[in-house]
Ligand binder design. Structure first.
Ligand code: 0L1
Length: 261
């Protein structure tokens, strides 16, 4: 493990890149021994700083959930990142991207928890029993690494490329739809840019919640009631630019429309 001074120095780099629209080299270039756990220690240090500035944690995101990204990164478990309240934008409005380097959009299913969930091995039924509702979501990613050259420790430290997210469409109880068979069409400026089925995320999006709860448990934490969980994208992330109109249509769950500003 890296020592506290190295973690603080890496948190300066990541936080500075995120706040100042600056690309950085992948962190392992200067710290070749950096591990995925070091990446999470950098994420934790960033969270400590953000909360000290008054920013609120409202949930978590699972990343690297699509088969393509898992193969690319050589992983078989998702990465986890933090969702901050001030990165959530309203459905039907504008998503500010002036502070972003190379934004991309993906569509996914969000879970919103009614009750605390904890433990090493919760079942999908337990996830659903603790869920208030599921809802369509889009996530805007923004990797801070030059030319998208990153590895797992670096991308974890960079909060899984989290930038902004939007929830909308129709809230559904998990028992009212099958969360694993929702067709998703992501349109950019009226053209279908990506198609997916929600089950492409680990076979079932609730698997991302299960794995998140186990990951939190290993760290002595729980998933609190009220948390939002973005379960990860099934599709490729599509580049977007100012002026684009994004519409994500979710079978039986309505759609999300936003303008990229
Ligand atoms: O949400 C995610 O899949 C995390 C992606 C991390 C890498 C990227 O920027 O594509």
């Amino acid at each position: 493990m890296l020592d506290a001074a190295a973690i603080a120095e890496l948190a300066d780099r990541v936080d500075g890149a995120q706040s100042n629209r600056r690309t950085i080299a992948k962190l392992t270039d200067d710290y070749p021994g950096m591990t995925v756990d070091d990446g999470y220690a950098v994420q934790d240090e960033c969270l400590r700083r953000w909360q000290a500035r008054g920013r609120a944690l409202i949930g978590y995101k699972a990343g690297l959930t699509s088969r393509a990204k898992m193969i690319q990164m050589g992983v078989d478990v998702p990465s986890f990142g933090l969702l901050m309240r001030d990165t959530c934008d309203a459905e039907g409005g504008a998503v500010p991207t002036a502070g972003l380097i190379h934004p991309r959009v993906e569509g996914e299913i969000a879970y919103v928890m009614a009750r605390d969930l904890s433990g090493p091995d919760v079942s999908i039924d337990q996830v659903h029993a603790a869920t208030d509702f599921i809802q369509p979501a889009i996530e805007i990613l923004d990797s801070r690494f030059e030319k998208f050259r990153f590895d797992l420790p670096s991308v974890v430290a960079d909060n899984g490329s989290s930038a902004r997210f939007v929830m909308g469409g129709r809230m559904r109880r998990p028992g009212d739809v099958d969360p694993a068979t929702i067709g998703i069409v992501l349109e950019i400026n009226g053209e279908a840019a990506a198609l997916a089925c929600s089950g492409a995320v680990l076979g079932h999006p609730a698997r991302a919640v299960q794995m998140l709860v186990a990951w939190l448990h290993e760290r002595g934490r729980i998933l609190p009631a009220g948390s939002v969980v973005l379960t990860g994208a099934a599709t490729e992330a599509m580049p977007i630019a100012k002026g684009d109109i994004v519409c994500a249509r979710f079978q039986e769950m309505g759609s999300i429309n936003v303008r990229i500003d």
